[in-house]
Write a protein that binds this ligand. Structure first.
Ligand SMILES: Cc1cc2nc3c(=O)[nH]c(=O)nc-3n(C[C@H](O)[C@H](O)[C@H](O)COP(=O)(O)OP(=O)(O)OC[C@H]3O[C@@H](n4cnc5c(N)ncnc54)[C@H](O)[C@@H]3O)c2cc1C
Ligand code: SF4
Length: 330
């Protein structure tokens, strides 16, 4: 392993300055993704700033009725928190469907959002990859594409985003709070991750040195129901082939509001706005759920090995909506 320096930060300003001042410095959360990348030679930082002792480890109610999740809250603690299980079950379910118990005990909210793709060519430094080494080419395009994107991809990268939690946060309209060398800002989580375009090496809109401090969840109307459904090769300990986070408000037999995000299908959590539009004001019938799912997936462009994701995404979305329509509130 290549040598690097390690410092433990005790305040956010110091952490931001330490990383912002050095292009080869980076933040260290639980380390479950970053340390793997150090071992694989994907990244070679000269300085790691450990942020896990910063005071961002609480889950607090916000005055407007929402909830603030600190960036260093561990995934298992977040999934188990009563306010999350009761008011945002989609988030708790998404977290519990990700990784293993041991990994969730270490993984942090900020690190989970910023984990990088599991594209096997990205992880194999002997192969060309535009995300790892801009301009080197995309090995997946003429390679194995079973796990790759069907929506929003480009000729430069067809990778998918791996986080389950991020998909739930996208459907919940969460806001990511960051502090950086140029001050503080809030970013809707739906705008945090990027589609690949011709700059696939940029996963997010964050600038170097920007630290995620919290994720804010808005208050949901009491009539809201939410659910996360994940399809994968094994019952546990596997990334999503397709996943669905759905947040519905239902009045009688009509969908009043729908917020839906898909995982495993795009370079970022895919907000299914076509399906949402089709569902607003629609009856809670199998027919309207299926036609909303069909309208969303009609935009998909499968690759050589992943055409199966089209019916899988349509059926998973339809089933999740059907499930929600049959459930009690929240
Ligand atoms: C075998 C295995 C299976 C897995 N399965 C799943 C799965 O099914 N679903 C799933 O969602 N995940 C899965 N994961 C991924 C796991 O959830 C992530 O590795 C973890 O969430 C990353 O969090 P971390 O705190 O360890 O991040 P780290 O590894 O510490 O950091 C990841 C990145 O985020 C940056 N970073 C961390 N915190 C901050 C911050 N506050 N502000 C700015 N930058 C920050 C780091 O610099 C780094 O670039 C799996 C991982 C493994 C190893
Ligand atoms: S799909 Fe993206 S991450 Fe995978 S090899 Fe191509 S450029 Fe790299």
């Amino acid at each position: 392993m290549i040598p690097f320096d390690y410092q433990r930060a005790d305040h956010a300003e110091g952490a931001v300055a330490a990383v912002g001042d050095r292009s080869g410095a980076t933040f260290l959360g639980g380390g479950t993704n970053l340390v793997d990348h150090l071992k694989l030679g994907i990244t070679e930082p000269e300085l790691l700033i450990d942020i896990t002792r910063l005071p961002f480890d609480a889950i607090d109610p916000l005055p407007d009725g929402g909830v603030r999740i600190g960036a260093t809250v561990r995934n298992s603690d977040l999934a188990a928190e009563a306010i999350i299980r009761q008011r945002y079950p989609v988030l708790s379910q998404a977290l519990l469907s990700g990784a293993s118990g041991q990994l969730r005990n270490l993984a942090t909210t900020g690190g989970n959002l910023l984990q990088r793709t599991r594209c096997p060519y990205f992880q194999d430094v002997t192969t060309p990859c535009n995300k790892r080494e801009p301009g080197s080419g995309c090995s997946a395009l003429n390679g194995y594409t079973r796990n790759h994107a069907i929506l929003g991809a480009s000729e430069h990268c067809v990778a998918t985003h791996p986080s389950d939690m991020a998909v739930a946060l996208a459907a919940l309209d969460a806001t990511v709070q960051v502090t950086g060398p140029n001050g503080q800002r809030g970013i809707p989580v739906t705008d945090l991750h990027r589609l690949p375009g011709d700059e696939p090496h940029r996963d997010t809109v964050l600038e170097h040195g920007e630290l995620i401090t919290s994720v804010d969840l808005p208050e949901l109307p009491r009539s809201t129901r939410s659910r996360y459904r994940k399809v994968r090769d094994r019952a546990s300990y596997a990334f999503a082939l397709v996943s669905v986070a759905a947040v519905l408000e239902i009045e009688g037999d009509t969908v009043r509001e729908a917020r839906i995000a898909l995982g495993g299908v795009a370079h970022k959590p895919w907000r299914a706005s076509t399906a949402e539009q089709a569902l607003r004001g629609a009856p809670t019938t199998e027919e309207s759920f299926r036609s909303a799912a069909e309208a969303e997936i009609a935009q998909a462009q499968p690759l050589a090995d992943n055409e199966f994701k089209l019916p899988m995404a349509r059926n998973t979305l339809t089933a999740t909506l059907r499930d929600l329509a049959g459930k009690e509130s929240r």
